[in-house]
Write a protein that binds this ligand. Sequence first.
Ligand code: ZN
Ligand code: ZN
Length: 375
Amino acid sequence: MATDYYGVLGLARGASDNEIKKAYRRLARDLHPDVNPDPGAKERFQEVSRAYQALTDPEKRRIVDLGGDPFDSGSAAGAGGFGGGAGFGGLGDIMDAFFGGGATTRGPRSRVRAGGDALIRLDLDLDETVFGTTKDITVDTAVLCDACTGAGTAPGTHPTTCVTCSGRGEVQSVQRSFLGQVVATRPCPTCAGTGQVIPEPCPKCGGDGRVRARRTIPVKVPAGVEDGMRIRLTGHGEVGPGGGPAGDLYVEIAERPHDVFTRDGEDLHCRVTLPMTAAALGTTLTLDTLDGQEEVDIRPGTQSGSVLTLRAKGAPRLRATGRGNLMVHVEVETPTRLDAEQEKLLRELAALRGEDRPAAAGADGHGGLFSRLFK
Ligand SMILES: [Zn+2]
Ligand SMILES: [Zn+2]
């Protein structure tokens, strides 16, 4: 059943844009995780944010009004943004809820903000993805400025109260409209809403509290990872403005192609070519697998295109026990450039097997080799 997004905001179907905005602001102020410690509040807040998103986007609202759920199709993408608690209806909406309208405000906001995530690619060979490894990676991200430890001020100096807003972080302007005088409140442009200015910025970071730096981090790659998978290193992403908490670093695995083996999930595949005689008579092959040399029995009469399965010689299952298989695809090679003696022997063999005139066998309707082939 589709969620009643109007109901979530305490509204009746067909509420106006203005009513939706007002209801959202009121609820967001009560439920925002920063102001409401109640454990259920965060969930309610996300519900409310989602309802707001659904009803303020004309396309989504059209779906709601038709009785559908705009987050239902591709729900991974729609709902995913809310999972981490970071992807609310956009920071602008939140700021709007707190600063907009001028009815209630929270005063200056912090100069310190959370940092973003970073992504780096890690090229690995097949044996490294299969068995796991530890690699040193070099990343270039924003790190805490060690000269000011994030404060952004030059040594021995301190931030001062913003004179534009007297430290309130917001400015009000009176506008005349047909409704009369309207007082609009917005974040202070001088201090970007923080209520403070840095008169002498740290010379190393220019007041940002962070600098770009290159560092080397060891990454433990678990056995069984696959091309395109991402490993998350919590807190190794970008440090935020004002020295805010770092985001996460994602390491994306890129598996280099292997000369012999191709990979299909937990299974490996390879191809071996056998002389016709070996395929007919049977033999034992020595195969170089990722686990070392492996004896493979080729049974007499092995056909081209047949597949031998070496159990548990593939890649480990990442979130389970056991390993995939190694599939050996057999290709039988027909000999070319026969010398006189080899040709004589093969003709004798053909005669013995009644295969010396296969075209006639097919034509006479008794079902020889060719009729089997061309059935
Ligand atoms: Zn600094
Ligand atoms: Zn200011």
